[in-house]
Design a protein around this ligand. Structure first.
Ligand SMILES: NC(=O)c1ccc[n+]([C@@H]2O[C@H](COP(=O)([O-])OP(=O)(O)OC[C@H]3O[C@@H](n4cnc5c(N)ncnc54)[C@H](OP(=O)(O)O)[C@@H]3O)[C@@H](O)[C@H]2O)c1
Length: 327
């Protein structure tokens, strides 16, 4: 897989990256998470399964990996696997603390706190595990409401990390992703914007950030798309009766291109000119291989036009997402 430059930074990434949210911990919200892990949650088993998926990713040419301090043991598993490998860039995130204690049905899976204390605690923890592979460091789910972009102490610390060569970014979530990104674009000094990376939910169903992303792209940001499959809603796993008409349309089109719906959905994202990386959130090697079908896929314009019609309002989209259960 070809490597490209990440925004206007000197880091190289591949068009498909692998995200570890579903791999590093027993519980997650994606539709069939428990089944994928064969409900065997022993740490050693989960580490081996993660390493298997990472091996397949590497063999297929993936060189960008996404983690977060709150993804259970994802950084541990990834850090062990990385040693001795070349040409890999890793992005991680701070701001959520993992609190599920390796349980699937924890009372609280993670706690969000965008304070200087959490940043100062989590940065050295991630760096120790991911060593010099850690190139991009995101605020995890920044929002206007969390006020993290108004916190001078946090911003000063991030400027300091940037001055040491770390690429500073933010990940977004919720119906107000655009407002947050626009605010991030205004955090500047005489040399430009603090942020050089953004990780955003953008897919066939939720495209409300397109304009803000075009602006960020022009400003030299590297843009990483997450949740390209709407957490599994854009796969065969979706049994929601209100989505069945859209799903059969997607199935018909995927059959025509001889790929899965997942590959179709990722190809739809990859064709956006501002996208650097699309994250696969695969929980198994088979899912990853199916996702990678997107790389060869060239969608016909008439089909793109049909897929464009599937868009939902951001409020509807984020309401559906908030109803997904941890499993
Ligand atoms: N706020 C943030 O910063 C944030 C938030 C979310 C995600 N992320 C990052 O983005 C990455 C990707 O996001 P995501 O995993 O949430 O979303 P996603 O890519 O929309 O969904 C991935 C899920 O889709 C299902 N899937 C994938 N391929 C499939 C196939 N061929 N057949 C059937 N099901 C398939 C799997 O669900 P099952 O497990 O149910 O099988 C998989 O876990 C994460 O790993 C993480 O690194 C960041």
């Amino acid at each position: 897989m070809e490597s490209i430059q990440f925004g206007n930074t000197d880091v190289k990434v591949t068009r498909i990256g692998l995200g570890l949210a579903a791999l590093g911990r027993p519980g997650y919200i994606n539709l069939g998470h428990g089944k994928d892990l064969r409900e065997d949650y022993r740490v050693q088993h989960m580490k081996e399964s993660t390493h298997e998926v990472l091996d397949v990713a590497y063999e297929k040419g993936i060189r960008y990996f996404d983690a977060a301090r709150s993804y259970g043991r994802a950084e541990h598993f990834l850090g062990e696997w990385l040693q001795g490998k070349n040409d890999i860039a890793v992005g991680s995130k701070w701001g959520y603390t993992y609190t599920a204690d390796w349980k699937v049905n924890a009372e609280k899976h993670e706690i969000k706190e965008h304070s200087l204390e959490v940043l100062n605690r989590q940065w050295p923890e991630s760096l120790e595990l991911l060593t010099s592979y850690l190139k991009i460091y995101h605020i995890h789910s920044a929002s206007v409401e969390s006020k993290v972009l108004d916190n001078p102490q946090v911003l000063d610390r991030l400027w300091e990390l940037k001055s040491k060569g770390v690429i500073i970014g933010l990940s977004l979530s919720g119906a107000r992703q655009s407002a947050t990104l626009e605010k991030a674009l205004s955090v500047t000094d005489h040399e430009g914007c603090l942020f050089q990376s953004v990780q955003v939910t953008w897919n066939m169903l939720e495209r409300s950030t397109t304009k803000a992303l075009q602006l960020a792209g022009k400003a030299g940001f590297g843009i990483i798309v997450k949740e390209a499959l709407a957490n599994g809603r854009l796969t065969n796993r979706n049994t929601d009766p209100t989505f069945s008409a859209s799903l059969s349309l997607l199935k018909g089109m995927a059959d025509k291109y001889e790929v899965g719906i997942d590959a179709l959905a990722i190809a739809y994202v990859l064709r956006q000119p501002w996208v650097a990386v699309v994250l696969s959130g695969a929980a198994t090697s088979d899912q990853l291989l199916s996702n990678l079908g997107a790389m060869e896929l060239k969608l016909e314009e008439a089909d793109v036009h049909i897929l464009d019609q599937l868009v939902e309002s951001p409020d509807d989209y984020w309401r559906s997402r908030s109803q997904l259960e941890w499993n």
